[in-house]
Design a protein around this ligand. Structure first.
Ligand code: JHZ
Ligand code: ZN
Length: 393
């Protein structure tokens, strides 16, 4: 039996998604309510010099991070405020701090991301935010008023090491704020594609609150976000500095009502995933038998899970379009579907487009005339496998 990464108690299998190019199964720890992968590659193998995901590819994410920086930091900052962002990627968030004249440091292990941020003139450190580097970071940058992370903490296998590192660099009245894909939304939408090698955990509020009991930090507030198909922002202070907000207390109750502490809930989720696999596979095989041309939109990390779990290769989906130059010319991991530009996808005259970047759909529909106006039909994969009626889009 796999042990929980935090409490080392036994976990229960939720769903085995099969052998993935990297990750495979997920388990649930009913001791600390942590939904987690059984196996995950070392972070040094994932966040490499060629890491190809860049936050700034999405206009709505740029807007989101501007709002995040302003509301959580800039509005209350003084001339001495110091901010650390972990997993700062291409510097989308840092740029807002930079322009506001705030003292900051971005930290990221991916050289490709650091290069982009540095070429934009941003202050960054190339490496991991962990206990190994914390003394260096503390002596070179000093203590922080804010430690911020977005879509990064759920990527860190050793959470206790991470929280200890935060504790060492956070001022006494400092604040840790991070936001990650939210388990409640994943269960509601059946968006099992959130489960892949980089997402070691999918957090609930209950789980974050519980893990922090093992540290000198405490969850004091939460704010739900629409990004990445539903995320949760966690606001954390040193234990005893502030009380828990009313909405946090309410959310803890709601999650218990939803059964986010119970294995049974995850068994139901696994059944939903199986049903969605069958529906997707049946649809694609039917379209193939009808000689339809099917392509994909967005070579997302998430799509790796769907394609491998549902056994979808290039005989079912001809190509996937993506706006990231670093991804174009490559193939989807394990399923070998060519990743091409959106222009190339259009030239294939597709009959159907599978929307893998479903979390950016609102932005895509506005900017992509082809998706909106061509005869090609859009296949939605979240919440249900369905062919969209474009007149309602
Ligand atoms: P997107 C990544 O996941 C990895 P992914 C990581 N583990 C994580 O947690 C989240 O991000 C934050 C393309 N695209 O954002 C760009 C278009 O082609 O859903 C991307 O390749 N046209 C750190 O990869 C992909 O789609 C567009 O208009 O699942 C979107 O990837 C837009 C907006 C995007 O994250
Ligand atoms: Zn546990």
């Amino acid at each position: 039996m796999d042990l929980c990464r935090v409490c080392r108690e036994g976990t229960e299998l939720v769903i085995d998604l099969g052998l993935m190019p990297r990750a495979n199964a997920t388990v649930f720890c009913s001791n600390c309510y942590l939904f987690q992968l059984t196996e995950s590659p070392k972070p040094t193998e994932l966040f490499t010099a060629e890491y190809p995901f860049f936050t700034g590819m999405s206009k709505s994410m740029i807007e989101h991070f501007r709002e995040f920086a302003i509301s959580e930091v800039i509005e209350t900052a003084s001339s001495s405020t110091k901010v650390i962002e972990i997993g700062s990627n291409d510097g989308t968030f840092l740029k807002v701090l930079h322009e506001a004249g705030i003292t900051y440091l971005g930290i990221d292990p991916s050289e490709s991301a650091i290069k982009k941020a540095k070429s934009a003139g941003l202050n960054c450190f190339h490496g991991f935010f962990d206990l190994e580097n914390i003394n260096f970071l503390q002596s070179s940058f000093g203590m922080a008023d804010y430690v911020i992370g977005a879509n990064v903490v759920c990527h860190i296998p050793d959470l206790l090491d991470f929280f200890e590192a935060v504790s060492r660099i956070l001022k006494e009245d400092g604040t840790l704020i991070f936001e990650e894909p939210y388990l409640g939304d994943m269960l509601k939408l059946g968006s099992y594609d959130q489960i892949y090698d980089e997402h070691v955990f999918i957090f609930s509020v209950l789980a974050v609150d519980k893990i922090l009991e093992r540290t000198d930090l405490e969850l004091i507030d939460i704010k739900h976000q629409e990004t990445h198909g539903g995320s949760m922002r966690y606001i954390i202070k040193r234990r005893g500095v502030a009380g828990k907000s009313t909405q946090l207390q309410e959310m803890l109750k709601v999650e218990l009502e939803l059964g986010l502490d119970k294995m049974e809930t995850f068994i139901n989720f696994a059944e939903t995933c199986m049903g969605k696999r069958e529906a997707f596979s049946n649809l694609l095989h039917f379209l193939k038998s009808e000689k339809k041309i099917v392509v994909g939109y967005g070579a997302t990390s998430k799509s790796t899970t769907i394609l491998n779990f549902c056994n979808v290769d290039n005989s079912l989906i001809k190509a996937i379009g993506d706006s990231t130059p670093e991804k174009v010319g490559k193939f989807t991991p394990g399923t070998q579907i060519p990743i091409v530009t959106h222009e190339e996808v259009r030239s294939l005259n597709p009959d159907y487009i599978v929307m893998f970047a479903w979390n950016h759909f609102n932005e895509i529909v506005i900017k992509d005339k082809f998706i909106r106006d061509s005869g090609a039909k859009v296949i939605s994969i979240v919440p249900n496998i369905s062919i969209l009626d474009k007149s309602n889009v």
